[in-house]
Each structure stands twice: as structure tokens, then as C-alpha cells.
Write a protein that binds this ligand. Structure first.
Ligand SMILES: Cc1cc2nc3c(=O)[nH]c(=O)nc-3n(C[C@H](O)[C@H](O)[C@H](O)COP(=O)(O)OP(=O)(O)OC[C@H]3O[C@@H](n4cnc5c(N)ncnc54)[C@H](O)[C@@H]3O)c2cc1C
Length: 490
């Protein structure tokens, strides 16, 4: 298990084979695959685990129909195989889920085009799950959907997860395989010495500076990769935002792919942990990269416009939005000045000055991305790479998390965050701040109308006792949390 946050001084002087920089899904995957090879691995995360893009995705573990539409059969097949693997190996966390693609008179793609695409999609995954739903059946299933010219819908399955819990779960497995993982540890500089690398780190909890040395370094810092890569910039940061709406106002049981009335872009409307989520947008992210990303008001308006258009009887306005969430896609730039949605979404691995950098890709394909990075770093050879790609099981060690923590009805609601669960989270998952607990260990902050502030007030004594916070620290944490919600999740 991840366990308590180690004292950084314990890390100094140890002989690390590999330091992984970045505690999103990519870094977690690299740490897992490397530790399972018997390497001595240290993972360092500047903020909290999954603080970056990996807690802000559309929560889909998917092949990506758009990749197939773009003719990228290899990427689609790879993603679908990984989807099936995650469904098998993490059944409590990754769930098969129905997606509906409504078809209207004259809409593109029509029923035939979708049938052909989904036949190929299912074939690549080795399943047969797609089918046509008549307009009548669709009206019963989705009574709020706009009826005009509705012909029916293509139904198919993909999978859905809780992305930040997925990162934590992979980190638990990495730790069980021997990796050491530390959050709030910013790598400021990487120096190459004769036989090893020297990493200059600042502990973000107490401000202390220290150094560790390692044989190899993999820079898995997502949208921030260019800051440590030693090479010319590769990433085009693209922001994608979501809004969370009360399920009472917009109840959905399936996920819908709906064309936006302004530009035809597909937008998802899906049920998640008891609320309805709508997203995403796709914009060049030009805000300060050191600031947490937030959904700009024009993005919120854009998503509400889609809802009003697709579900005309639903009366919604800005005040109904429970919360927003924005993430920055680390898209490898083509350098051709394409529109954001035309840029390819696959990952890249490159080396410069001995540092291997990896960025781009998807949540779904983290295992393949990790193997590519390990091969580029010379930590596995071609033969091992081929074997590992085909290995039947990814997760070698058993890891037990409290019942319900990762299920959709679990600890995401305030009443499920009991004293016992809180103690477990503090002992096993290194929450340092209140926002770690309420935005990434659980989702109370995203999913409750008050962002969990009421729960915090009611449970002040418990929080202070379990986290050993005095009055002053508790008050500082509450203020910090209020600010974060107001500025980045409102
Ligand atoms: C809106 C949106 C929707 C998406 N939807 C999906 C989806 O449905 N399905 C899917 O498969 N994929 C999806 N993706 C893609 C997926 O979320 C990302 O590809 C993936 O999360 C990237 O993970 P990462 O670990 O590379 O980056 P991140 O999760 O950003 O992790 C990088 C980490 O590095 C840390 N870091 C930065 N600098 C330093 C430093 N100096 N020292 C230490 N640590 C540092 C950061 O704090 C961060 O936590 C989506 C992306 C977006 C933006």
C-alpha cells in the first residue's frame, strides 16, 4: 500500500534505479511496471497524486471511437485491449457502461455508418455489444431527449471509472511491488553526473530542499513535461472542461454522445457518482501553467447550451451547476497549427540528455505508455517489452481497499466518509491537505452542492484528531479549501 508519507530525508542516500517524476496515471503506471521488474523505484509528485489531468478526465476507459473514425486502427485496438484488461483486473473500479449515439433524420454519421464503425470497434475488442435502439424504445429510455427528427440510437459499451481512484489504486499496486511514492515533492532540476542523475527536490510541505541520485529518470509530468525534458517544447496544452449537474434536474442512466448545436463537436452527457456530468470543451490553454486549471465562463455557457438544446424541457441555468472541473490535455503538437480537436491524441516518448520524457496519450493506455517509457530508458529490452505487452495479468500483488471506497455509491457522498474510512485514508494514502481528501481521495468536493463544507464543519473534531491538526491548521486548511473551490471548481 502507499502508506504514510515518508520523511524525505529517508530518501536521500538510497540507491535508486529509477526516479519517476509525476504522480498522474502515466507516472503511476511507470512506477508499477518498473517495480514489478524488481527495480528500486522512487516516484515524486509535486502536488497531490492525480492533481493534474488524471483527476479531470471524462472518466472513460475506452477505445476511442474518434480514433477509429480517423482511421487509427492500431491506437483503437490497443486502447480496447487495455479497456478489456482493466475491466477484468479492476472490476470494482472500472465498469462496463452503455453509450448511446442518437441518430436524427439527415444526421451524420447515420445508422449505417455507425453500425459499420461499431462492428469494427466491437470486433477489435473481441466483444459484440452494439445494437440499434428504435425511436420508441429510446423515448422510453430517455424521455427528456429532444424528439425532433429522432430516428433512434446506436447503443454500444465502453467503460467508466473514477480517474483519481484509478491512479491511487495503481500506486497502491506499485508500492506493494516495492516502489516508494511521495507526494508534495517538486523536482526542480535534474543534473546528469558521470554514472547517475542528481535530482534537486523541494518538499512542498516544509519547504526543505534535498537531493536524490538515481541511475535513470523518467519525466512523466504530463502537460508540464517540457519544463524538465531538456529539449524543445513538444506539448500543446489543450484545456477540457466539464460541468456537474444535479441528477434530479437532468436524470440519465446511459452516456449520450451529442453534437453541439454551435459547432457539431461531440459532447458527452453521462451519469457519474449520482450526478450528471457534461463535457468536454477543447481550447488552447494559455493560462499560467503553475495555476490550477479552471473552466472559463464561456465553456460553462457552451456546455449549458448543449444541454438546453438536447434536452429542451429541462430548465437549467448557471446557478444549477454543482461544480465545474477543468483539465489540461498534454497533446503532442503536430506543429501544423491544426484546430485543437484535429490534433492526434497518442503519446510520445523521447530522450534528451539522458532524461526520458513521456507525455500525451490517454488514461486508458497507461500500461502501454509505461512500457514504451521503460524501453526507451533501457530498463527493459525488446524481448521483455514484447513479453510484458502480452502478459495476461498486469497486477501481480493483491491490494485491498475498504469496501465501497471505489464503487460509484461508495465514499463519494459525505455520509460514507466515516471515522474508520477517514483513518484508513490518512494511514494509507498520504492526504496532506483537506482538498486531497475531498477532491481526489473522495469526490465530495465535486459532487455536493456545498462542496463538502458542511461535512467539514460537522466533522471538525474528527478531522483535527485523525490528521493531528490544531485549531490554527484546521482554519488554514478550511480557508485554503474554500479558495480552491471558489477559484477552480465553481
Ligand atoms: C478534459 C479531458 C478529458 C479526458 N478524458 C479522457 C477519458 O475519458 N479517457 C481517457 O483515457 N483519457 C482521457 N483524457 C486524457 C487523460 O486524462 C490524460 O492523458 C492523462 O490523465 C495524463 O496523465 P499524466 O500522468 O500524463 O499527466 P497528469 O495527470 O497531469 O500528471 C502529471 C503530474 O506531474 C506532476 N508534476 C508536474 N511537474 C512536476 C515536478 N516538477 N515535479 C514533480 N511532479 C510534477 C503534476 O503535478 C501532475 O500531477 C482526458 C483529458 C482531458 C483533459
Amino acid at each position: 500500500m502507499i502508506g504514510l508519507r515518508p520523511d524525505p530525508q529517508q530518501l536521500v542516500g538510497q540507491a535508486w534505479d529509477l526516479v519517476v517524476v509525476g504522480g498522474g496515471i502515466t507516472g503511476a503506471g511507470v512506477a508499477l511496471m518498473a517495480a514489478q521488474q524488481g527495480l528500486r523505484v522512487l516516484l515524486l509528485e509535486k502536488q497531490d497524486y492525480a492533481w493534474g489531468t488524471s483527476s479531470r478526465s471524462s472518466k472513460m476507459v475506452h477505445g476511442g471511437l474518434r480514433y477509429l473514425a480517423q482511421g487509427d486502427v492500431r491506437l483503437t485496438r490497443e486502447s480496447l485491449q487495455e479497456r478489456e484488461r482493466l475491466l477484468r483486473e479492476l472490476p470494482d473500479l472500472v465498469h462496463r457502461h452503455t453509450y448511446l449515439f442518437p441518430v436524427r433524420k439527415g444526421s451524420f454519421p447515420g445508422r449505417l455508418g455507425l453500425s459499420v464503425a461499431l462492428m469494427g470497434y466491437d470486433f477489435l475488442a473481441g466483444i459484440r455489444d452494439h445494437r440499434w435502439i428504435s425511436a420508441r424504445a429510446l423515448r422510453q429510455r430517455a424521455p427528456l431527449l429532444k424528439l425532433k427528427q429522432l430516428r433512434g440510437a446506436m447503443s454500444y459499451t465502453d467503460a467508466v471509472t473514477d480517474d483519481s481512484r484509478l491512479v491511487l489504486r495503481i500506486l497502491h499496486h506499485a508500492a506493494a511491488a516495492g516502489a516508494t511514492v511521495v507526494n508534495y515533492s517538486a523536482v526542480q532540476r535534474i543534473e546528469r553526473a558521470a554514472q547517475h542523475f542528481q535530482l534537486h527536490i523541494q518538499d512542498q510541505v516544509n519547504g526543505a530542499n534535498y537531493q536524490v541520485s538515481s541511475q535513470k529518470v523518467i519525466n512523466a509530468t504530463g502537460a508540464w513535461v517540457d519544463q524538465l525534458s531538456n529539449s524543445s517544447p513538444r506539448v500543446r496544452p489543450l484545456r477540457g472542461s466539464h460541468i456537474f449537474l444535479p441528477a434530479e434536474l437532468l436524470p440519465v442512466t446511459d452516456s449520450y454522445t451529442l453534437p453541439h448545436p454551435d459547432d457539431g463537436r461531440p459532447v458527452f452527457v453521462f451519469p457519474w457518482h449520482g450526478v450528471t456530468c457534461v463535457g468536454t470543451t477543447d481550447h488552447d490553454h494559455t493560462d499560467d501553467p503553475q495555476q490550477e486549471a479552471y473552466a472559463h465562463e464561456h465553456e460553462v455557457r457552451y456546455l449549458l447550451t448543449l444541454v438546453r438544446h438536447a434536452f429542451p424541457s429541462v430548465q437549467l441555468d448557471r446557478s444549477d451547476v454543482i461544480s465545474t472541473m477543468a483539465g489540461v490535455r498534454p497533446v503532442i503538437s503536430s506543429g501544423k497549427g491544426l484546430k485543437p480537436s484535429q490534433e492526434r491524441r497518442d503519446h510520445a516518448v523521447w530522450e534528451s540528455g539522458g532524461v526520458v520524457s513521456v507525455s500525451g496519450g490517454k488514461l486508458t493506455t497507461f500500461r502501454i505508455i509505461a512500457l514504451d517509457a521503460l524501453k526507451a530508458a533501457g530498463l527493459i529490452d525488446e524481448r521483455q517489452y514484447r513479453q510484458l505487452r502480452k502478459q495476461p495479468r498486469m497486477l501481480a500483488n493483491a491490494v485491498t481497499v475498504p469496501a465501497g471506497l471505489e464503487s460509484p455509491a461508495g465514499a463519494v457522498s459525505a455520509e460514507h466518509l466515516t471515522a474508520t474510512l477517514l483513518r484508513w485514508l490518512v494511514a494509507q494514502e498520504q492526504p496532506v491537505h483537506l482538498d486531497d481528501l475531498l477532491l481526489r481521495r473522495t469526490r465530495i468536493g465535486n459532487l455536493t452542492a456545498d462542496g463538502g463544507r458542511g461535512w467539514v464543519r460537522t466533522n471538525q473534531a474528527l478531522l483535527q484528531q485523525v490528521l493531528a491538526w490544531d485549531e490554527e491548521r484546521f482554519s488554514a486548511e478550511s480557508n485554503r479549501y474554500d479558495q480552491i473551490l471558489k477559484l477552480y471548481y465553481n
